[in-house]
Design a protein around this ligand. Structure first.
Ligand code: ATP
Ligand code: MG
Length: 593
């Protein structure tokens, strides 16, 4: 066997496999370079989804002929200040994008520094095929043709022009959101697709996300321990079947990082069905020494020094924002309904104030007996078919100022009709109760009152040493969730209890999953995940069914608990639990207004 150095063309081709996998990734590299060059305006032109041609023109710094030659050499970069890889603020720093792309395409690079003449260089699959003067305004224009034409192994994996175009558009959108101060245009097959003027981040995001977010979005701005998170997310009731509209940025660099995506998901857990996805544009600002961006060839994944702090900020911040909005989501849903099911801003205000004021545990406790009664009664009561679909109670007592009003009757043994000071409220009793049960179980868990299954003989689970170290590091958290562990020598853990809600469970498998998850995400996710899942399932089974007749006391108890329970505005599947028809709306319906 003889060892030899690979020729540079081959090294570049191998790197191209990592950096450039399709037109969109080449396009991303070119636009990033233009941004790093200080461009104020970037024009992108594509043919056939970039399969035929990609061209990026910028008005940035430009390059001298000598710099152009260097730029096409591997590991030549102008972006590493004092060789310090830790303090990179530019998009690029590896010095491999241009030579990689040039090795698998025909590339023409034209550039002009302000006050000098323009120059151009042409490369055909890594080989220089000529250079000479070029006429262009100050800045740089790069075009790529026939990407992967001579690399059949790669070409094979390319998709239709339409699919490649979609990926290119996505890449441009992400970078345009990251840099709202820069103007962009995008043309595809001669058609103008995007024209973006320089603006502020919120306006740019609004331009590029669905306009529905004006009504269905929640603004985010929170900070903790030197980290800051800003942006916009959709209300749980406004969601999508695919996770394609999630734009995440770390220090204004677009990323597709698993930890961030996982944290976004976790924030919506049990507010949204498992196969539905929120829309989000989130910007995380983090000190440079807290994050390593040099872990992925395309720089879309990052590594955080303290992943759980990042996760905590995101899950906590989004959750708080969603909780504050949760009562409103149901009300807003009404706006889209055919009749005028709306809620006025003042109503939202009053409701939120009421929730804040009545959020104290003492008050919640006061309602507990009534609630227990609801559950018990509802569970012991026999279901029966009943002829009239509605029952009503005479309106004798005055309506006290409860946001969800006083129960007046039940329709179709499924909906509670209540009279509030400012209108008529209809509650889906099953959806509402399911939500309340889940929230109660969660509160118990967070309050440390988790039911535990005690193992008479503690179980010893063998794991490798790093996994044991990870579990040991999370012993306190896991204990809070009902999983009591102890270190048992270098390569084993002792299990004393596990959460009863999990039922009969494979303890060894659970520990292995947990250790893996801690390694990846820096937090014991799967146990929470499993518990939430189990909790949601139990909640659904333990709830007042649709079709169950309720007494007025039961209905009122349900309304009162909804008022003091966070996130009660929507069910575990993200649908609203109640809607309201204001007095004004009722009058309009009858032509009195
Ligand atoms: N549009 C441009 N305007 C001005 N200079 C550019 C432009 N594109 C590339 N360059 C110069 O060419 C060099 C090489 O670019 P290339 O993309 O290969 O590497 P990089 O951006 O430094 O790092 P990375 O491989 O991480 O993208 C850059 O460092 C920059 O100096
Ligand atoms: Mg670059």
């Amino acid at each position: 066997m003889s060892i030899r150095r690979l020729p540079p063309e081959l090294v570049n081709r191998i790197a191209a496999g990592e950096v450039v996998e399709r037109p969109a990734s080449a396009l991303k590299e070119l636009v990033e370079n233009a941004l790093d060059a200080g461009a104020a305006q970037i024009a992108v032109r594509l043919s056939a989804g970039g399969l035929e041609r990609i061209e990026v023109t910028d008005d940035g710094s430009g390059m001298s002929p000598a710099e152009m030659r260097l730029a096409l050499e591997r590991h030549a970069t102008s972006k590493l200040p004092d060789d310090s890889i830790d303090r990179v603020v530019s998009f690029g720093f590896r010095g491999e994008a241009l030579p990689s792309i040039a090795s698998v395409s025909r590339l023409r690079l034209e550039s002009r520094v302000r006050g000098a003449d323009g120059w151009q260089v042409e490369i055909d699959h890594g080989a220089s095929v000529g250079d000479g003067p070029a006429a262009l305004p100050p800045g740089t224009r790069i075009s790529i043709e026939g990407l992967f034409d001579k690399v059949p192994a790669r070409r094979k994996f390319l998709r239709s022009p339409r699919a490649e175009y979609a990926a290119c558009l996505d890449a441009v959108k992400r970078l345009a959101m990251a840099r709202s101060d820069v103007g962009f245009t995008l043309d595809h097959d001669g058609r103008r697709i995007l024209t973006l003027q320089p603006t502020e981040p919120p306006a740019r995001v609004a331009e590029l996300l669905t306009h529905e977010l004006d009504r269905h979005g929640v603004g985010i701005d929170c900070a903790r321990d030197g980290l800051r998170l800003t942006g916009v997310i959709s209300l749980p009731t406004f969601n999508r079947g695919v996770a394609d509209q999630q734009y995440l940025f770390v220090n204004n660099r677009p990323v597709k990082d698993r930890l961030l995506v996982g944290a976004l998901r976790a924030a919506y857990r049990d507010l949204i069905a498992r196969d539905r996805h929120p829309i989000a544009a989130l910007f995380l600002d983090i000190p440079l020494d807290e994050v390593d961006i040099n872990v992925h060839p395309a720089k879309t994944e990052v590594r955080f020094r303290d992943p759980s702090a990042v996760r905590g900020l995101i899950v906590g911040g989004l959750r708080r924002a969603l909780d504050a909005e949760s009562q409103r989501s149901a009300a807003r849903e009404q706006a889209a309904a055919p009749v005028m099911w709306t809620s006025s801003a003042t109503y939202d205000e009053a409701l939120n104030r009421h929730l804040r004021e009545s959020g104290d545990p003492a008050r919640q406790e006061a309602w507990a007996p009534a609630l227990a009664e609801v559950t018990n009664l509802a569970e012991t009561r026999r279901l029966f078919d009943h002829a009239p679909a509605a029952r009503a109670e005479p309106a004798v007592e005055p309506v006290p100022s409860y946001p969800l009003g006083v129960a007046r009757g039940q329709v179709a043994a499924t909906y509670i009709v209540a009279e509030a000071e400012d209108g008529l409220v209809i509650v889906d009793q099953h959806a509402a109760h399911e939500r309340l049960v889940l929230e109660r179980m969660r509160a118990a868990r967070e309050g440390g009152a988790v039911a535990r299954q005690v193992l008479l003989i503690p179980e010893v689970v063998e794991l490798d040493e790093p996994d044991c170290d990870r579990l040991e590091g999370a012993i306190a958290d896991l204990g809070d969730m009902g999983l009591e562990l102890e270190r048992f020598g270098p390569t084993a853990m002792l299990v004393r209890t596990y959460p009863a809600a999990l039922g009969k469970t494979d303890v060894a498998g659970l520990l292995a999953d947990l250790a893996g998850e801690i390694a990846e995400l820096g937090g014991p996710l799967s146990l929470r995940d499993k518990l939430d899942h189990v909790a949601a399932t139990i909640a659904c089974h333990g709830s007042v069914r649709a079709g169950r007749v309720l007494s007025v006391a039961e209905m009122n108890a349900l309304l009162r608990e909804m008022e003091v329970t966070p996130r009660s505005g929507q069910c575990n599947h993200g649908r609203p639990t109640w809607v309201k028809l204001g007095h004004g709306e009722i009058e309009k319906l009858f032509g009195r207004k």
